[in-house]
Design a protein around this ligand. Structure first.
Ligand SMILES: Nc1ncnc2c1ncn2[C@@H]1O[C@H](COP(=O)(O)OP(=O)(O)OP(=O)(O)O)[C@@H](O)[C@H]1O
Length: 223
């Protein structure tokens, strides 16, 4: 079964159509760049995936939830199966790394201390940041903070990770490190959709391209 499947999906803002007749399918391990100009609808697409914006028409399945019929009470459960990485890191900068991660697990219903500890150790190892567990976030570099964001995003073992300009504030070398990390995640089966304007990185790290333009999102051969 697809991780994401959109068929004839339309989405609007206050009655004005933003995206119309979107047809897409995302499978485990897929890596998609989502490209398109400012205002073309990339955020709108993301918001529909995590059910912040309802779809107006069509059929949409995301990680086993039907977006056309999802109940409000089920939206937090849908979101727990997704991971999010943004441009501005949105970490609790006055707390240490461990607290930033335990906070998310506690907020999503985990109570077993040993399980919390082992999940945190696992994700930090996966992003190469095990030594930073007791460090305060504001003492970390931008690239290190983004690694912690990725660790945070994979705590709940998401099937689909949405990344919105995750390398926007990073220099080219650090951006490539982050991209290699994403590719490792896809090799382990996580699907990733990454909105980006970072053409330098796109040229170096292969992926499939979704172009958002003129109210459509379509597969395109390249940039
Ligand atoms: N809350 C809103 N109310 C009304 N219209 C909106 C709202 N949010 C977005 N829009 C409109 O929807 C269209 C798509 O916006 P969206 O934010 O999805 O673009 P984007 O591709 O993510 O842009 P960017 O690259 O700048 O983030 C724009 O025309 C925008 O004006």
């Amino acid at each position: 079964m697809s991780i994401l499947s959109f068929e004839h999906v339309s989405i609007s803002h206050e009655g004005i159509p933003t995206l119309t007749d979107i047809n897409l399918s995302v499978e485990a391990g897929d890596f998609y760049y989502l490209i398109g100009r400012t205002g073309s609808g990339k955020s709108t697409f993301f918001k529909s995936i995590f059910a912040e914006l309802a779809i107006d028409e069509g059929q949409a399945q995301v990680v086993g939830y039907d977006l056309a019929t999802i109940k409000r009470k089920d939206i937090p459960f849908l979101r727990r199966k997704l991971g999010f990485v943004f441009q501005d890191f949105q970490l609790l900068t006055d707390r240490n790394v461990e607290k930033n991660l335990s906070f998310v697990l506690e907020a999503t219903g985990h109570t077993d201390e040993a399980e919390i500890k082992s999940r945190i150790e696992d994700v930090l190892a996966r992003v190469g940041m095990s030594n930073a567990i007791h460090k305060r976030v504001h003492k970390l570099s931008g690239g290190e903070q983004q690694r912690i964001c990725i660790a945070r995003a994979i705590l709940n073992k998401p099937q689909l990770l949405l990344a919105d300009e995750p390398t926007g504030h990073l220099d080219p070398e650090v951006s490539l490190e982050i991209m290699h990390l994403f590719k490792e995640l896809t090799a382990q089966g996580t699907a990733i959709i990454m909105a980006s304007h970072d053409y330098n990185t796109m040229r170096q790290i292969p992926g499939k391209f979704l172009k958002c333009e003129g109210g459509k999102i379509e597969l395109t051969a390249g940039i």
